[in-house]
Every structure is written in C-alpha cells, then in structure tokens.
Design a protein around this ligand. Sequence first.
Ligand code: HAM
Length: 433
Amino acid sequence: MADYLPTEPYRGTRDFLPEDMSIRSQVFERLYEVIESYGYQRYDGPILEPTEIYETKSSQEIVEQQLYTLTDRGGRRLSLRPEMTPSVARMIAGNVSKLNFPVRWYSHPNCHRYERPQRGRVREHWQINVDLFGSSSSAVEVEFVELVHDMMAGLGASRDMYELRVSDRVLLNAILSEVLEIPDDMLHDAARLLDRWQKYPQETLAADAAEIGLTDKQFEKLGEVVAAGVDVLNDLSQEVRDHSMLMQVLDTGARDLITFDPLIVRGFDYYTSTVFEVFDADPANRRSLFGGGRYDNLIGMFSPQQVPGFGFGMGDVTILDFLRTHGLLPDAHSDVDAVVIATEAALFDTGRLAARRLRAAGIRTTMPLEVRKLGKEISRADRAGARVVIIVGQQDWAAEQVTVRDLVSGDQQQVTLDQVAPAVQAVLEQPAR
Ligand code: HAM
C-alpha cells in the first residue's frame, strides 16, 4: 500500500475550516469594532524577526524553551515571532519622529511558541494586540480598564463571568523589599516564584524558595502577603505609593472594575509597573484569558528615545474557550445568500446574467457548474445555507422571467432580470430561519 502523508496539521497548529472561520471572524469583528471605537489603528509586521529582539528583554521561558529559530542563507538568526510586543516596539522606535503621540495601535498576528500542546496552549495562536505609546499618565491604565470591560461586553460576557486582576511591579518590588526584606538582587527570582504560586504545590515552591536563597521565614511571609491581598498595600511607604500607577488607578472610579492581586506578575522582563490578567470566573477554564501591562523602557532597546508603552495580548484559544464555556459562541454563518439554477445548458448564459446582477447588488451568489435534477439542486442550496434560489427555466424564460423562491417560506414569484436583485434582496430582509 502506498504511504500517504498525514492530513493532520503539524502538532499544536490548527486548520480552520470555513465553519470555524465564520465563528472566529464574527468574534474578532466584534472585538475590532470595540477597539476601533477607542480610536485604535490597525498595523501589521513580519512573522520573522531577528532573534536578538527577543533575547534582550523578553521572557526567559520563551527565549530558552519556546522560540522557533532558524538561520537564513545569509547566516542571520531569525525567529518566528512568539509575541508582537518587541516587533511593535521596533516599529515605534523606527518611526518616532513621524508619529503623533499618544499612538493607539492594534494588530492581530499569529504567534509561534514551542509549547506542550494542552488546553489553552498551542504552538501557533492568533493574538490581538492593543498598545498605546507615548503617555506615562495613569489615565492610560484607566482607559485600558474600560476597554477590557467593553471588549468583554462586546462578546456578550457579563461582569460575573470574568475578573480583571491587577498588580504593579513597583508595588510588588516594594512589598518584597520593604515588607519581606528581600535584597535587590533576589527580587527578580522572588517575583518569578510568585508568578508560579498557584501553578505548583507548596512543597515545590518551598524548595524553589530555598534554592534562590529565601529563608523559611521569608517564604512564610510571602504566603502571608498572598493571603493578605489588598491589605498588604497599607504597609507601604508613601513614596512607593506615589510611584505606583496602580495606586493612582485605585484612587479613581476604575477601582470598582479591578481586583488587586499580588500574584499577577507576568513572565516578561519588560513590564515596569502595572500588570494585569483577565481570568474566567468559571473554574472549568482556570487559565488566564489574556493579559498585559506597562512597559516604559522597551523602545530603548532600539533608540535613545524614551517612549512609554502600555498594552495587552488576547489569544484566540483562551477567549474562544471562554465563550464556549459560557455558551456565548456565535453560530457559523452561511457564506452564500442565493443560488441561481438553470434547468438546462442552453439557459446557463441567462443564469450567469442573473447571478451577475445579484453579485453587483452585494448578494453572495453561486451557480451549479452542471445541469442536474432541479429538486436535488434546491436541497443542495438549502444545505449550503442559501436563503433563496433563482430558477431559470424554459417556460419562464419564454416570457423573459425567472422564478425567485424563498427557501424558508416556500413562497415564490416570477420576475424579470431587472427585478431579480430587488426581489432577492426583499427576501433576504425577511426574518431568518
Ligand atoms: P502573553 O501573556 O504571553 O503576553 O500572551 C498573551 C495572550 O496570548 C495569553 O493570555 C493567551 O491568551 C495567548 N497565548 C500566549 N501563548 C499562547 C499559546 N502558546 N497558546 C495559546 N494562546 C497563547 C504577551 O504575549 C505580551 N506580548 C502581551 C502584551 C502586548 N503586552 C503588552 N502588549
């Protein structure tokens, strides 16, 4: 027997058949609409980037374990983008003098990470990125809080279905150094420990804590900080509170829209203060849905200018899982409105004429490619999701007419070619099935 190649896509990647695409595009269109209502402009960039842009300031896990890297024929080391933030920072840095800050940009790239495929994690995902550049005001944070809630509302989610959890690296470092007295050179490792807090058992965390040099007492106190939640902020000095973006947000009306959570650390080295993640309230779907934060120095990797940035990435897998869990996924749409059926080959040209009129009127129209039994063609059109068939038959056409049939009501009427588009349009405007 011949050896055939597999039909499955590469592990961790997905094929999207038209039905999947219909659902996805309805979801994404809603999100684009909300994002654009805040004045964001769409951009895009290359899928391949020089590997260094990830090595300098990204996540250790991504750089060491998850990059897809290749060497091109000129010996350059390139990577498939695992995220968009370094790319957009490069674009902003390269165009600083032309841009009118603050800049609000969004994109929807596919990103590649070599991960173990599991629920919520794949090797190629599509990530909506929304970023604002050029402002150090905490009004940015407040705007993002509103945007996140509006995006969730745009998807049909109510406030009890998810939670926006926020922290601040300035506060976190202060908690670790002022409250726990952890020395500066251990802050990074201690923050990483917090990032892993809910994903690992206490014994593993205790062993990791010992390995990075924390005392038993400090580890115990770390547990107390986690349990204390927002109360831990009372112990911080005024200077720290003044420097924290999050403290400023907590002083505004947005306070009621967020939950402070010291366990929100996020794995990227470039975040400098506010960090956030959105979680599903349903325990069936415990993974973070999406997240981001403030990164005030990333542009500095490419240019001497200081341009603060704030943004987030929302992956397709996690948000679609969320919508599925809450019964909010839209139905797949049909891609065809009308089918023109010529009952014999001699009438094909007339059929094509009718189809052209319909398409010109914005009606999505197909025609069978050969003559088959009328009844069979009508049921095919119905299965394809068409609402209307236009039958071009010998008798009608002798009187220069065609038949327009509504497949939902069964009603039909004879019209001339000039009337065909308005007649079909009128049927399409009737309530759907
Ligand atoms: P991230 O948390 O690594 O952040 O990814 C953002 C979102 O992308 C995740 O919450 C998840 O929805 C999705 N995602 C990431 N990796 C995978 C994967 N392997 N499989 C499925 N979905 C995934 C960033 O990438 C930051 N660059 C976001 C950002 C934009 N920060 C500022 N601006």
